[in-house]
Design a protein around this ligand. Structure first.
Ligand code: ADP
Ligand code: MG
Length: 466
């Protein structure tokens, strides 16, 4: 296996556990620069990305390489180095494929690249091997959705079709529908998991002259179709029409359709009426934040997965302090473990308090840095940060620039003159205009809203784990 192939496989795995925007922001233009004597050097495009990958992904990358190669990795090192496009084709493709579709740059990658994003990972159906029922905790917040999944396992295509699961970010929707997917695969059903973004990109590929026949077959030749984050299909009229046909064909043939969304069908703006009514044919189940007992059980499961023994009191303390989001709960646990592994100590309530406080303080302190906002927005749009604060008035620079100003105001409470100053000495009226414009456009422009939400999530995550 060449370094390129290896890195491609690693990215395939990692991509499964991240949003597309996040994945692209941090892994674009990364590659394996060298690998010898159990020592891996990963090339990264900037210091910003380097420190993020070191802090956040070192362990994941190591484990993934080890599991792919079935051999130990002693050392992993990140080094700032430019990607030579000709030599690293697969990585280049990933980076293009995962571009978060900024203004002009709607995805242009070939269809075969995107759908079932895990096709280049381990599981050929696109499922993350870690997302099983075995390590999913059933609790009050997900009870209905969990029961619906079990009904689908026993009677696929008939019990609830479609099964539509919705709820806030980080509450286990993806984990749950993928766990259901694993169970259905075990019953010898053929399956395809795709995010709605992958579906959109595939469809755009067809519109641009791609393999229409192959596209049609790929989504119809399955017993089970899982589409995650369907809300991103809102506003993509052509794609919705196509999905409508796929849906009908599958449904008529009693093939199971499973959908996840961050909100109920009715609340997805720009969703075609006939799709909405289709979604309401089956079962709609919500997930809400877990109660304290479930949070405790989740923490215990995560500790077990990582073979880490944590005192009941500490678990209780974490569970009572982080309430709304399982992903954050997991993030805090990881942070706690990392801290104590590093210091070779055992977590106590006191030390957990320190770590959590640092986490919160970090979040506040770091999100207040206009520089971080500039960095993240530029990476999100794949634009050089000098260009983004520069004078050029091209549309693909102007919108991201205005988003930066808007976020500096929203996230840091910066004054208009201060924002102007950060953006290369612009006048305060420019900042004011930008903030007003984005503030009002966000109401009607779904894509803009989605971009800003993604950026905010990234900011939050960046600050949490810094
Ligand atoms: P969503 O798709 O709703 O944004 P995810 O499925 O990505 O959320 O879940 C975020 C993280 O939280 C994942 O690592 C997942 O394993 C974990 N998680 C969420 N709910 C549970 C649960 N009930 N039991 C175990 N892990 C959970
Ligand atoms: Mg999800």
């Amino acid at each position: 296996m060449s370094n390129e192939q290896l890195w491609q496989a690693v990215l395939g795995e990692i991509e499964l556990s991240l949003s597309k925007a996040n994945f692209s922001t941090w892994f674009r233009n990364t590659f394996i620069a060298s690998f010898d004597n159990e020592r891996v050097v990963v090339g990264v495009p900037s210091g910003f990305v380097k420190s993020w990958l070191e802090n956040k992904f070192k362990k994941d990358i190591t484990i993934t390489i080890e599991s792919i190669l079935n051999q130990k990795v002693k050392e992993i090192h990140f080094q700032i180095e430019a990607l030579k496009h000709t030599n690293n084709k697969p990585t280049t493709n990933i980076s293009a494929a995962s571009q978060p579709t900024p203004a002009k740059n709607t995805a242009t990658h070939p269809a075969s690249q995107s759908a079932a994003s895990g096709s280049h990972g381990k599981n050929r159906f696109g499922l993350n091997p870690r997302y099983t029922f075995q390590n999913f905790v059933r609790g009050t917040g997900n009870d209905l959705a969990y029961a619906a999944c079990q009904a689908v396992v026993t009677n696929p295509g008939k019990a609830y079709n479609p099964l539509f699961v919705y709820g806030g970010v980080g509450l286990g929707k993806t984990h749950l529908i993928q766990a259901l997917g694993h169970e259905l695969v075990k019953r010898s059903l053929s399956l395809m998991y795709a995010t709605s973004e992958a579906f959109i990109n595939d469809y755009i590929g067809v519109v641009k002259g791609g393999a229409a026949r192959e596209f049609k077959q790929r989504y119809r030749d399955v017993d089970v179709l899982i589409v995650d984050d369907i809300q991103f299909m809102a506003g993509h009229d052509g794609t919705q029409q196509e999905f409508f046909h796929v849906f009908n064909d599958l449904h008529q043939a009693d093939k199971q359709i499973i959908i996840a969304s961050d909100r109920p069908p009715k609340a997805i703006p720009g969703l075609e009426k006939r799709l909405l009514s289709r979604f309401e044919w089956g079962m709609i189940a919500d997930v809400v934040p877990p109660d304290i007992d479930t949070r405790v059980a989740i923490l215990k499961t995560k500790c077990k997965e990582r073979s880490w023994d944590l005192h009941e009191d500490v678990i209780g303390f974490l569970a009572s302090n982080i309430q709304n989001n399982v992903r954050e709960l997991e993030g805090a646990l990881n942070r706690l473990i990392a801290y104590h592994e590093f210091n070779n100590t055992t977590p106590t309530i006191e030390s957990t308090k320190t770590v959590l406080n640092a986490l919160i303080a970090n979040l506040q302190a770091k999100s207040k840095t206009p520089k971080t906002i500039i960095e993240i927005v530029s990476r999100y749009y794949g634009i050089n940060n000098k260009d983004i604060i520069g004078k050029c008035r091209k549309k693909e620079l102007v919108t991201p620039r205005q988003i930066i100003m808007f976020l500096m105001r929203e996230e840091c409470g910066a004054s208009f003159p201060a924002i102007g100053e950060e953006l290369g000495g612009r006048d305060h009226t420019t900042a004011m205009h930008a903030c007003n414009k984005i503030g009002s456009n966000i109401e009607n422009d779904i894509k803009l809203k989605k971009d800003i939400d993604s950026i905010k999530n990234m900011l939050q995550e960046y600050c949490l784990s810094a």
